[in-house]
Design a protein around this ligand. Structure first.
Ligand code: TRP
Length: 334
């Protein structure tokens, strides 16, 4: 990504916690590879956001490195895109402070994720949890991002980012680019294996998700136990048959076999066959990623260098915006 490029900026953030799932891969990562042509992409490992709930330091460090390796293993190019850690670019925290001064207690208190998380962590309703969306706004606005790929659960945070940007732009014209959500071309929604009415989430229990790092036998076991229904009919009907439809979605999207052809081919066969085929399709997709991942994890020097180098590239872009903000707001900048 060069400083003179004219491509719009895409910003994506993911927390280095939980397991990166098949849903993350199919719904996001896999598409990112295609977006590298159209956008200057930043893939940020948001380690500062992770601190809003208590973390084990060793695990956090390991997950951070693993996530960087997974991004690269999934096909993203760290020479083209910027794959980096949020805490390596101090401008995120600096801009977040400024934006805090333009964010209101009322609007932050209305955020669904804040209400949910404070209900779940009653013993740790910290100020970071409350201002989480402000740091997220800083992540995005710092790079004048045009688009942000977000799932349904982060829509509200993107909305408040837009509100904050527009609020500052009304006082200081032209300060920020107002970001738009990026709607993926194709949206195969991947659901939980144990509760197929819910989306597969990286913080759910291990048996309800497929991690990109699951071994082939784990994948087979998890699919064999996946919740289906009792009518025994292989048919795509997410409303009435969420479990079976989820398996069909996964199989279709990974094998490239159209839904119509797939359901016709499997009609009259048992769920066992559908589950086995789906597990094998998943294993075939994960195998090259896991091989590349293992190579990368065996070369920590390469990973460390890449992250340091990418952080420097991000700092260059971030500092430009931060300086503009400080100047416009009247902070004396010699
Ligand atoms: N809040 C996002 C999540 O939990 C992660 C995130 C942080 C993010 N900063 C971001 C996503 C900026 C998009 C853009 O999923």
């Amino acid at each position: 990504m060069s400083e003179t490029t004219k491509k719009p900026v895409l910003f994506s953030g993911i927390q280095p916690t939980g397991s990166i799932t098949l849903g993350n891969y199919i719904g996001a990562m896999r598409n990112f590879v295609l977006l590298e042509d159209d956008y200057d992409c930043l893939f940020c490992i948001v380690d500062l956001h992770a601190l809003t709930v208590r973390q084990d330091p060793a695990a956090l460090r390991r997950k951070t490195l693993e996530l960087a390796a997974l991004y690269i293993a999934a096909g993203l190019d760290p020479e083209r895109s910027i794959i980096y850690c949020q805490s390596h670019v101090p401008q995120h925290a600096e801009l977040a402070w400024v934006l805090n001064c333009f964010s209101y207690m009322g609007e932050l208190g209305r955020m669904t994720q804040f209400k949910d998380k404070s209900a779940r962590h009653k013993d740790n309703i910290n100020a970071g949890l409350f201002t989480y969306p402000v740091l997220m706004a800083a992540d995005i606005l710092l790079y004048q991002a045009a688009v942000v790929p977000v799932g349904a659960d982060q829509k509200q945070h993107l909305e408040i980012t837009r509100d904050i940007a527009q609020r500052l732009n009304a006082i200081y014209p032209g300060l920020f680019r107002v970001p738009e959500p990026h709607i993926p071309r194709e949206t195969a929604k991947i659901q939980s294996l144990s509760e197929p009415e819910k989306k597969m989430s990286k913080s759910d229990p291990e048996d309800s998700l497929i991690s990109l790092l699951d071994k082939p036998e784990d994948v087979r076991r998890k699919f064999r136990r996946a919740v289906t229904d009792s009518d025994g009919e292989i048919r795509f009907d997410p409303e009435n048959k969420p479990g079976v439809s989820n398996l069909l979605s996964i199989l279709s999207v990974l094998s490239g076999e159209g839904m119509e052809a797939l359901t016709q081919r499997l009609a009259g066969q048992g769920y066992g066959k559908l589950k086995d085929e789906t597990a094998e399709a998943v294993n075939a997709a994960l195998s090259p990623i896991q091989q590349r991942f293992a190579q990368l994890m065996a070369d920590k020097t390469y990973l460390a260098h890449t992250l340091a180098d990418n952080a420097r590239r991000a700092q260059g872009m971030a500092q430009k915006t931060l300086r503009k903000v400080y100047k416009k707001l009247g902070l004396y900048q010699p």
